[in-house]
Design a protein around this ligand. Structure first.
Ligand code: PEP
Ligand code: MG
Length: 446
């Protein structure tokens, strides 16, 4: 939106979608009592997970990247976020009225009079459109355009929202986010067990896909005293770390999961950052031993496809796994060699790059041969255009944040076979977020 006259617009990159109007609050100033837009140099995923949603309407950071874990948490919490807005954004004085445009990646600061009124009108229109879409999605149910929608989950407070979200189940329970910041608790089997059984009780019959701890990268856990790594995203992260510290990490978590399954929880277990089939089979063997010890029921085991080596060998994985879920955030980072957290590269991160699209299409084709279901669970699925492209590339299920379900549901419901074919063709030949946004928006009248 560029029609404001006397405001300063800070250009960043779209992190989490949405439009809110509120005064700015700089992180280091004393906290105000009313809703505000938080401005900070950067936020860690743990900081973000701990934000008080009664007060924080959205945030804008000078640094960061659009597919960072911080932004994934913002998606999950349903608050708009703009990242990589540059250091000038830190000079905006607390209390300055602003409009945060999470769709376009802009922060308009210094709204008064007519500008302020039109910004608030726009906020009201967004909310109204969202309510209508939400009601429609709920009436139709979790399948739209042949794709089943599940949701992500980060906070126990989201249980009530889940019941009104039209999601089939929880497609990504990122367990490290349940425990991040609570030093020491991460290795406690009983704390895991309580979290899973309480959540399972709360969501009733819905299936929960639990991702084992994805620690490392930009998600450090101080209590684990992990050595500093030069390049942590290429380091000891996810399943690599869990297999390296089975007694601390993998075994307590798997024991808790099988105990929860034995108590009736409908679970699937998904391993993050898997590179080789051997890593998966090692983890699966540990899981099977625990299951036998506990006389627990079978729980489907799957992997996240987010490392190119895994994507290229999906046919080999397909012989061993029950399901696959593509993590578009990491897959994009590793395919394009663009860090998720480097603000200098924020504009270069393109999850709809033709290379990513071709990889997704290869994964769905290889998995289809072995009849292994493939879902996608990165941030791309939370954008209507991204969801439609992923569906056109053969993804049968999308894990989408609760806040994004209404818009994604509507976009998918406009996808017929003909549109699917042309969008797929565009994705595999030209690709690119800008091009595909233009094409899909026009094709589906979004
Ligand atoms: C992904 O990489 O797309 C994903 C879903 O996992 P995370 O963002 O937590 O790394
Ligand atoms: Mg990932």
């Amino acid at each position: 939106m560029t029609d404001f006259e006397n405001v300063t617009t800070h250009r960043g990159v779209s992190g989490s979608r949405g439009w809110v109007v509120a005064p700015i609050h700089a992180l280091d100033d004393p906290a105000p009592q009313d809703r505000y837009v938080l401005v900070a140099d950067d936020l860690t995923p743990a900081d973000t997970a701990g934000l008080d949603l009664a007060l924080v309407a959205g945030f804008c950071t000078a640094g960061g990247g659009p597919t960072s874990h911080t932004v994934q948490v913002a998606h999950n919490l349903g608050i708009p976020a703009v990242v990589a807005a540059g250091p000038m954004v830190l000079t905006v004085v607390s209390g300055t009225m602003c409009a945060l445009d999470g769709d376009a990646g802009l922060l308009h600061a210094g709204l008064h009079g007519g500008d302020l009124r039109s910004a608030k009108d726009r906020e009201g229109e967004h909310a109204q459109r969202d309510r209508l879409r939400r009601a429609r999605a709920l009436a139709v149910g979790p399948v739209a355009g042949g794709v089943t929608l599940s949701t992500t989950f980060v906070k126990p407070a989201q249980v009530a929202e889940f019941a009104h979200s039209a999601a089939s189940g929880i497609g990504l329970l990122a367990t490290e986010l349940l425990f991040l910041g609570r030093e020491g608790e991460i290795t406690d089997e009983d704390a895991h067990f309580r979290a899973y059984t309480e959540l399972a009780r709360a969501v009733g019959e819905a299936e929960i896909t639990v991702r084992t701890l994805d620690i490392g990268g930009d998600k450090p856990v101080p209590a684990l005293k992990l050595p500093q790594e030069d390049n942590s995203f290429l380091g000891v992260r996810g399943l690599r770390l869990a297999l390296g510290r089975p007694q601390d990490l993998l075994i307590p978590q798997l024991r808790a999961l099988y105990r929860a399954a034995a108590c009736g929880a409908r679970l699937r277990i998904m391993f993050p950052m898997v590179t080789t089939v051997e890593e998966f089979t090692r983890a699966a063997t540990i899981a099977e031993n625990i299951r036998n010890q506990l006389r627990a029921p079978d729980v489907p085991l799957g992997v996240m496809v987010e490392v190119p080596a895994c994507a290229l060998t999906v046919d080999l994985f397909a012989e061993h796994v029950d399901f696959l879920s593509i993590g578009t955030n990491d897959l994009t980072q590793y395919l394009l060699a663009t860090s998720r957290t480097n603000p200098a590269l924020a504009h270069d991160i393109d999850p709809l790059h033709v290379s990513v699209n071709r990889t997704v299409a290869q994964v769905t084709a290889a998995a289809a041969v072995a009849a292994v279901p493939v879902t996608a669970c990165g941030g791309l699925a939370a954008s209507p255009v991204g969801a439609v492209v992923l569906a056109s590339l053969g993804i049968s299920g999308l894990t989408v944040t609760m806040a994004a379900i209404p818009a994604v549901h509507e976009a998918l419901s406009r996808l017929d076979d003909d549109a699917r074919r042309t969008i797929r063709h565009q994705a595999l030949t030209t690709g690119g977020t800008d091009h595909l946004t233009e094409h899909v928006t026009a094709r589906l009248a979004l």
